[in-house]
Design a protein around this ligand. Sequence first.
Ligand code: CO
Ligand code: CO
Ligand code: CO
Length: 346
Amino acid sequence: MKIDLFTMVDSGGCSAKIAPKQLEEILKCLPLPDDPDILVNIETHDDAGVYRVNDELALVFTTDFFPPVCSDPYEFGQIAAANSISDVYAMGGKPVIALNIMMFPAAKLPVEAYKDILRGGADMASRAGVRIIGGHSIDDFPPKYGLAVVGYIHPQKIITNAGARSGDILILTKPVGTGVILAGQRLGLTSETDVLQVKAVMKLLNKSGAEVMNKHDVKGATDITGFGLAGHALKMARASSVSITLNLKSLPLIGSTYMLTDQGCIPGAAFRNLEYVENEAHVEENLDYNLKMIAFDAQTSGGLLMAVKPEKSDKVLSELHEKGLDRAAIIGFVTEKMDRYLYLNR
Ligand code: CO
Ligand code: CO
Ligand code: CO
C-alpha cells in the first residue's frame, strides 16, 4: 500500500499553528516564572527558552511538531526534525539531545509509516549531531511529528529577537513560499520541480547559517516559520525596539511561488498573519499585492533572518553562498524606531 500523508490533512507544517493574535491573547494569561537563571523567556517571542546552568553554559530548550507537509513518511520525518532543531540554531546554540513527539493513528495507517517517520527524524537529527534519547506517542489522527530539543550555548553569546540594532542589514538564508507551493500542490497547480524544490528547502538544516552567525558575532536573528517573514520581522522589531524595512522585490522565492500567488493560491494562514501585523506595519503605496501576501505566507522549516552589522554584511552573505545557501539575500534593514515597527516596501 502506497502511503500518502499529504492528502490526509487540510493544512500541514507551520500553517497548522494557532493564529498569532489568538495565541498572544492566550499566552498573556500565563504567569512568567521569576528566576535570574532564565535568560530568555516567552516575553520576546523568541524561538526557544534559554536557561543558565553556570557562567559558561546555558541550555536552549524548544519544541515544534506539526501535521504532514509531504506524502512520504520518511521525508516528513526529516522535515519535521529539521524544523524543530532550527529553533536552537536561530538562537546561536548547538543542538545536542532531543525527544520524539509523535501522534499517530495506529488503526488508520500501517506501522511501517510510523517507523519511516521516526527514521527520517533520526537521520536528520544525526546530521545535526543531535542524539534522540526518548520520546512519547499518542494515538491520534492526523499524524503529527516533531522534536523537543535541548542545545548548548554560552550565556554571553545568545542570539535573540531583541538583538537587532539600527543600521543592521537583514539577510535571509532560504527562499520563501513553502505555504503557497504546498497549497498549490493540493490544488494540482504545481510542477514536479516546485514540489522537489520546496521539499529541499524544508529539509535544509539551518546549521551552516548558524555557524556563519556565530563566526561573525551576530546578535539578532530568528527563523522564519508559521508567522511568515513579516510576522517574524515584526516580533524582532518589537523585541529590539527598532523599525524594520523589508524590500520585498529582493525576496528570494521558491519555484512558481509568485505565479501561484498571482493565481490566487494564498493559504488562510497568510491572511491570519496579515491580520496580526496590519496595525503595526506600513505598507508602501502601490506595493505589489502578491509580494505583500508572500511576505505573510507561513513558512515550514524556513531560513534564518539575521540582523548583521553593515560592515560585515557582504562577508556574511558571501560565506553563506560558499556554504551552499546560494539563495541567501539581503532583504532589508533596521532603523531607529519610527512611527511603525514594520515597513513593507518594494
Ligand atoms: Co522559530
Ligand atoms: Co518554534
Ligand atoms: Co511519556
